[in-house]
Ligand binder design. Structure first.
Ligand SMILES: [Zn+2]
Length: 143
């Protein structure tokens, strides 16, 4: 079902509601004053637009979208897609390919680190403490 805009004359404001297409031209009760508000037609836009945006309802910096008060207008004309009313989408699970690539990379890194540790070279190619030969302390035998 598409989203339509309606204009309430007593409030001088606009609100958005989702309706079936055949009911779209019928008036909808205003969320503020409950009086019937007619649908906005494209020719109407000429005087409802102010500062590039239609007047919101009520005029306190908020808009009405699907009977709920929101701070922004819906940008896309789909009711489920309002930035304030729809919870953010969960991240998609990583694919099997991605996880195998990750485990392979981790395994390769681990292998490399073990190799470097064995030869006393760190990841940047510097010698680690382990590689430095420690001179055996001279044994002094005291008679
Ligand atoms: Zn009203």
């Amino acid at each position: 079902m598409p989203l339509y805009e309606y204009y309430c004359e007593p409030c001088n404001g606009i609100f958005e509601t989702i309706r079936q297409m055949r009911e779209a031209s019928e008036p909808v009760p205003c969320p503020e004053c409950n009086r019937d508000a007619p649908r906005i037609m494209s020719s109407f836009a000429a005087f409802t637009f102010r500062d590039g945006y239609p007047r919101r309802l009520p005029d306190k910096g908020t808009y009405w979208h699907m009977g709920k008060e929101v701070k922004k207008r819906a940008k896309r004309m789909s009711w489920y897609d309002h930035p304030e009313l729809t919870p953010p989408k969960a991240k998609p699970r990583p694919s099997k390919h991605d996880t195998t690539v990750q485990t392979e990379r981790a395994a390769a890194r681990g292998k490399d680190l073990r190799y470097r540790d064995r030869w006393g070279v760190d990841e940047r190619g510097f010698r680690t403490v382990k590689a430095k030969k420690v001179k055996p302390a001279k044994k002094t035998i005291t008679p």
